[in-house]
Design a protein around this ligand. Structure first.
Ligand SMILES: *Cc1c(COP(=O)(O)O)cnc(C)c1O
Length: 389
């Protein structure tokens, strides 16, 4: 072919992380076919959807089979009933949204990368370690990327210190994937104040807000004064309600911002909306009864996270997360590198996790709380056995 390609794709780093993990585990299994391996690296929810969500989907499905209730194309920006459900959900956090602020999406990953459609080639600042989509999507767009480093010193919660005063696009994810670290109101306020004073835009990823239990951690950036002048928020029902396989999220772009109108236009051209059945499921999941049911699943994961956190407390190993998050991000013991610790846990404890270097955090390691409670406890016992002095 002689057509021109998007050359930026040549700069996107190959993701070897999960393929390398799978290869290493397969090799180990071949040598040790009976090894009782426990996967503590699962990056997807595992508990089924609550019954009331399924009932809403069944009802909506039946409506689609009747002449009087059949629906064709949904509105590109979401049905009013779904937007109202999001609006009411945000009321729980004392955030007032207008329906024009809200866009219903097929998930956060789509919007967090598609948002670049409406932005020019800005200087982009991304906190690291990080969800790889922010970096990869900006690389695909040929943007200039700056890493703001999270480390032990700042508890993986970098603040806008030492940044110049130019207007930039800033990505924040709190509670964070992979570190589980979460900004307090005071810390997030520093980011909002910085963005406002420099004319910057914060893209706030709130995918894990439903895991927050501490009162001093904001669920939404719009809980902070001034955020409506400088931020947009990308939310998801994937982790909060178990929708990873259903696909629904929402993007909040304050209607007072010019980018709201441009995004509206973008969506009307490039997106045909989220299915009626899915939006009825989302409406139910965001209702008070739905939230209660989804929180039961989250409580299950959080019990696992708590047990993991207690394990590393006992071992005296530095970590973030384990709290307000399904993730625990730990410093590899004895100065081990991420992959060395991966091999160590696999061969000595038959426990699989995710090397932090795959997210930009060499010397760190991510464990997740998405396995069963029984398996989590068993993994903890084995980890203690191989790491206790
Ligand atoms: C899982 C996850 C999402 C959710 O993506 P969906 O497309 O809604 O499933 C968004 N951001 C981060 C950081 C995540 O880990």
């Amino acid at each position: 072919m002689k057509i021109k390609l998007n050359e930026n794709f040549k700069n996107v780093s190959e993701s070897y992380l999960f393929s390398t993990i799978n290869k290493k585990v397969a090799e180990y299994k071949e040598q040790n076919p009976n090894a009782p391996i426990i996967k503590m690296g699962i990056g997807d929810v595992t508990l089924p959807l609550p019954k009331i969500v399924i009932d809403a989907m069944l009802k909506a499905t039946r409506e689609m089979g009747e002449i009087d209730t059949f629906r064709g194309y949904p509105p590109e920006w979401g049905y009013t009933f779904t937007k109202e459900a999001v609006q009411k959900y945000y009321k729980n956090y004392n955030v007032s949204l207008t329906l024009d602020d809200i866009f219903i999406s097929d998930g956060a990953k789509t919007d967090v990368s598609n948002i670049l459609d409406i932005l020019g080639h800005n200087e982009v600042y991304i906190t690291s370690p990080v969800y790889p989509v922010y970096i990869d999507s900006n690389t695909m767009n040929g943007n200039s990327i700056h890493i703001i480093e999270g480390n032990k010193g700042n508890r993986f919660l970098p603040l806008p210190v030492g940044l110049d005063n130019s207007a930039k696009v800033i990505y924040l994810c709190s509670p964070n994937n992979p570190t589980g670290a979460s900004y307090t109101y005071d810390e997030l306020k520093m980011w909002v104040d910085y963005a406002k004073s420099t004319g910057s835009l914060i893209i706030f990823d709130s995918a894990y807000e439903a895991f927050i239990e501490d009162k001093n951690i904001p669920h939404s950036i719009f809980e902070l004064e001034g955020a409506r002048e400088c931020a947009l928020e990308i939310g998801s029902l994937s982790k909060s309600c178990g929708f990873t396989g259903v696909r629904c999220g929402y993007t909040i772009i304050p209607a007072n911002l010019e980018i709201n109108k441009i995004w509206k236009r973008r969506e009307a051209t490039k997106f045909n909306g989220v299915s009626y059945v899915t939006q009825r499921a989302a409406e139910q999941a965001l209702s008070p009864e739905g939230v209660k049911a989804c929180q039961e699943n989250i409580a299950y994961y959080k019990r696992n996270a708590k047990a993991l956190a207690e394990c590393f407390d006992e071992l005296g190993i530095f970590y973030t997360g384990g709290h307000n998050s399904p993730y625990i991000w730990l410093e590899c013991p004895n100065g081990m590198k991420s992959w060395d610790f991966f091999d160590f846990l696999l061969t000595k404890a038959n426990v699989i996790g995710t090397p932090g270097v795959g997210f930009g955090g060499e010397g760190y390691f991510r464990l997740t709380s998405f396995n069963t409670y029984e398996n989590t406890l068993e993994a903890i016992e084995r980890i203690k056995k191989v790491l206790k002095k």
